[in-house]
Design a protein around this ligand. Structure first.
Ligand SMILES: Cc1ncc(COP(=O)(O)OP(=O)(O)O)c(N)n1
Ligand SMILES: Cc1nc(C(=O)O)sc1CCOP(=O)(O)O
Ligand SMILES: [Mg+2]
Length: 219
């Protein structure tokens, strides 16, 4: 998974998140463009509070595109649906299904990430339970989600000094503000608006994020 420089740190990677509501034809094009822009580790389909039928239709269209590009495909919130649709995993928040229940449903190979906001305590619990990653945020004001908790980059520093379990940074991340999170030890940058709303389009956004990652790794 990427290059391992002398300090042993893996190259951080981009984790794409869908908008909460999409027009599927339009979004498919944007998704293909994003993938054409460079390295993406993971994609989370986050159609918030949408009917299951809509999530199923979108997954059937987008999953093969992600698979062809080697991008892991996660659903938001719903482990049962993730199992039914045979995607790579699920992201669960503190008010969703508990991590352990998601693991019981999806089995040992699935990728399961857990929202930890700005809480060392939640991260320790998720990490000890076996989460594949812990997500900290929101680091910046998000145009995608309003009810967020403010997170500070120090939590990424503490986490990377404490454990090898990957951290995902989320919340209002753009090419312009990502550097501090990468310098603080984020393993993944989870981004929605910073890619879909980028002034030059999603392909250029992904390219610019990857350039930023390379720049920080080179210093
Ligand atoms: C990678 C990642 N991190 C955090 C979240 C937020 O999850 P949650 O707190 O359950 O809120 P919703 O996304 O469900 O509104 C996430 N989805 N992905
Ligand atoms: C889904 C989500 N969860 C957050 C959290 O803080 O837990 S912030 C967020 C929105 C991510 O989209 P954008 O990159 O547009 O801010
Ligand atoms: Mg959730």
């Amino acid at each position: 998974m990427g290059t391992a420089p002398e300090d042993g740190r893996e190259r951080p990677r981009l984790y794409l998140i869908s908008p909460a509501v999409i027009d599927l034809d339009t979004f498919e094009m944007a998704f293909r463009n994003a993938i054409a822009g460079g390295d993406i580790a993971c994609f989370q389909l986050r159609l918030k509070d949408r009917p299951a039928e809509e999530i199923i239709t979108a997954t059937k269209r987008l999953l093969p595109i992600a698979q062809d590009a080697g991008v892991a495909f996660l659903l938001n919130d719903d482990a049962e649906l993730a199992k039914e649709l045979d995607v790579d995993g699920v992201h669960v928040g503190q008010d969703d299904m508990p991590y352990k229940k998601a693991r019981d449903i999806l089995g040992p190979e699935a990728i399961i990430g857990v929202t930890c906001k700005n809480s060392r305590h939640l991260a320790m619990i998720a990490g000890e339970a076996g989460a594949d990653y812990v997500a900290f945020g929101a680091f910046f004001t998000s145009s995608t989600k309003s009810n967020t908790v403010k997170a500070e980059p120090e939590i990424l520093e503490w986490w990377s000094a404490t454990t090898l379990i990957p951290s995902v940074a989320i919340g209002g991340i753009t090419v312009a503000n990502a550097e501090i999170l990468l310098e603080s030890g984020a393993d993944f940058l989870a981004v929605a608006g910073g890619v879909w709303d980028y002034k030059d389009g999603p392909k250029e956004a992904v390219t610019a994020f990857n350039r930023m990652i390379d720049k920080v790794m080179a210093t």
